[in-house]
Design a protein around this ligand. Structure first.
Ligand SMILES: Cc1cc2nc3c(=O)[nH]c(=O)nc-3n(C[C@H](O)[C@H](O)[C@H](O)COP(=O)(O)OP(=O)(O)OC[C@H]3O[C@@H](n4cnc5c(N)ncnc54)[C@H](O)[C@@H]3O)c2cc1C
Length: 300
């Protein structure tokens, strides 16, 4: 296979886990697959906190869909999602109809009424749902299908899937690949913690982080313990004082954290850090955001 950096790799087999791009990739490989995906956009809006408490609500809608309202960061409520068929993975952008739909969905249930002007932030994703022939986007199965092609080098394509079933999917994928590729597969991750998740008791862990790096401050220590879990000692292994954290890019993100995000979590832009790897951007003013972007771009 030829990679975008000009290099090429040789392999005995390949797993096509391109998500919404799964069929496009098969097209480029010249493979005719029996399965296909339907691309269904799901969008969220974020508004100032709609209700007290740290519980979520499932809001039943007249169109028989449900919409979630979830406490979000400090002082916000997240409302989503929608189910809108789209043509391309790149169409993952919320539109005015979705914003209106989500505002109405919340207004049916909460005393505090909202309108599009209250929306502080939005995001959208495209679900690559296995095409099971259902007529309505909301009715399409959320299950996944694995398709193995052994006409040529072994190729396994993944259609659909969810984060919650990722390990199950991976086990099945290896099982399917084992015979044509000649290896034996057995599940090893079933009881293993996710990266950063090997923490027996979170409050005690936060206390330990505060005690080891007191200069982080309580709020930042808790945020970082949440975000990086048991990987945090790795990130801060050479940090013995506030100065060792390097410059503050804004929003409490130090140079050490920024570099970790770049090298370990593939953040490529300030926006990746502020809106995707974290939601710190929600709490920054326009000026602070610009300063953050400049500091990020200046990182060597
Ligand atoms: C709105 C929405 C709500 C969701 N809610 C839930 C939920 O509540 N629970 C749940 O479990 N799941 C949920 N999901 C589904 C979950 O997000 C996906 O199942 C999961 O992200 C799929 O991961 P993936 O790695 O298979 O695909 P992706 O995360 O889509 O990754 C595919 C990757 O392939 C890369 N790629 C594409 N083409 C190429 C190429 N030619 N070469 C190299 N790389 C390529 C892409 O850049 C991308 O990084 C939701 C999804 C959406 C959109």
């Amino acid at each position: 296979a030829h990679l975008s950096d000009g290099s090429s790799v040789a392999a005995r087999g390949m797993v096509n886990a391109a998500g919404p791009w799964v069929s496009q990739l098969l097209g480029r490989l010249g493979v005719n697959a029996a399965s296909g995906v339907r691309l269904v956009k799901g969008s969220h809006i974020v508004v100032p906190r709609l209700y007290d408490g740290d519980h979520a609500y499932i809001l039943q809608q007249p169109d028989r869909r449900i919409v979630f309202a979830i406490p979000y960061q400090d002082g916000f409520t997240e409302i989503g999602t929608t189910d809108v068929p789209v043509d391309a993975p790149e169409d993952a952008v919320i539109d005015q109809d979705e914003i209106a739909y989500l505002c109405e969905a919340a207004n049916r249930h909460f005393t505090r009424q909202i309108n599009p002007a209250d929306v502080t932030s939005t995001w959208s994703g495209v679900r690559p749902l296995y095409d099971d022939g259902a007529s309505e986007a909301k009715a399409v199965t959320r299950d996944y299908v694995l398709e193995l092609d052994t006409n040529g080098p072994t190729l396994l394509s993944i259609f659909g899937g969810k984060i919650t079933t990722a390990r199950h999917l991976a086990e099945e994928a290896l099982e399917k690949l084992s015979t044509p590729m000649g290896f034996s597969a057995y599940p090893v991750t079933r009881a293993r913690a996710f990266p950063g998740g090997a923490i027996p008791a979170f409050p005690q862990y936060v206390a330990q982080v505060c005690a080891t790096w007191p200069f982080l401050g309580a709020a930042r220590a808790e945020r970082m313990a949440h975000a990086y879990g048991s990987m945090l000692p790795d990130m801060l292994q050479d940090v013995k004082s506030a100065e060792d954290l390097g410059q503050d890019l804004g929003g409490g993100v130090s140079e050490v954290e920024a570099r970790w995000l770049r090298t370990r979590e593939w953040a490529r832009s300030a926006e990746d850090v502020l809106s995707r790897r974290s939601k710190i951007g929600l709490h920054l003013s326009e000026t602070e955001r610009s300063a953050f972007e400049a500091a990020w771009d200046a990182l060597a």
